[in-house]
Design a protein around this ligand. Sequence first.
Ligand SMILES: Nc1ncnc2c1ncn2[C@@H]1O[C@H](COP(=O)(O)OP(=O)(O)O)[C@@H](O)[C@H]1O
Ligand SMILES: [Mg+2]
Length: 221
Amino acid sequence: MSLSCSELTKVYEGGKTGWPALRGISLDIKMGEFVAVTGPSGCGKSTLLNILGLLDEPTGGSYSLNGRDVFTLSDLERSDTRRDEIGFVFQSFHLLNRLSSLDNVALPLLYAGADTAGMRERAHSLLLKVGLHGKEKKTPLELSGGERQRVAIARALANSPKIILADEPTGNLDSASSKEIMQMLASLNEDGITVIMVTHDKELAARAGRNIRMRDGRVEQ
Ligand SMILES: Nc1ncnc2c1ncn2[C@@H]1O[C@H](COP(=O)(O)OP(=O)(O)O)[C@@H](O)[C@H]1O
Ligand SMILES: [Mg+2]
């Protein structure tokens, strides 16, 4: 069980030649690892994470997830794999502001075809797990940044993913909330979930099991 990519490239369209965001990334990440990805703004961290999370496709190279070459999957298989195996956490939370925290967490369960009662019960227990008991009815705008990110983590956990991909999850948070979110990711990792986290914060990166430094679309070390 692992994520393994070789010579991944990504060229965004634009201009005469396009923009090479990834210039040949080769990585092996074993299931159960906690990896921090660091590097200057614009070096390709989000692009890499989106490709690893099957949100985007590379221009070249290969990628296998748990031994399966993901580029041979059909669109449906790709979206099923994304839904069932991967949870995403973003810097700006990506919650739906018109829905309660409970409904935000329940949404991926709805897409996975759960029944209403089971869905609410599961969303409830996930909110409890991230310390938001009693905040089920609040909408994101009624919550603090740290609380919003907890809702986003609960949502990411909805379909019991094996992998959590977090793109600067503490980028919009104060340092106390950042530590809490980091602690939460660390404890999910202890439960066996593979965590890959992009961060600018050297202190947080140092707490991951492994650091991958990127520069100009390549892995530096
Ligand atoms: N959708 C896009 N279209 C064109 N260029 C993009 C797009 N997304 C990112 N880029 C460019 O690709 C490079 C890498 O971006 P990104 O992966 O977001 O970097 P990081 O997350 O490390 O800040 C940047 O130069 C960025 O401007
Ligand atoms: Mg980014």
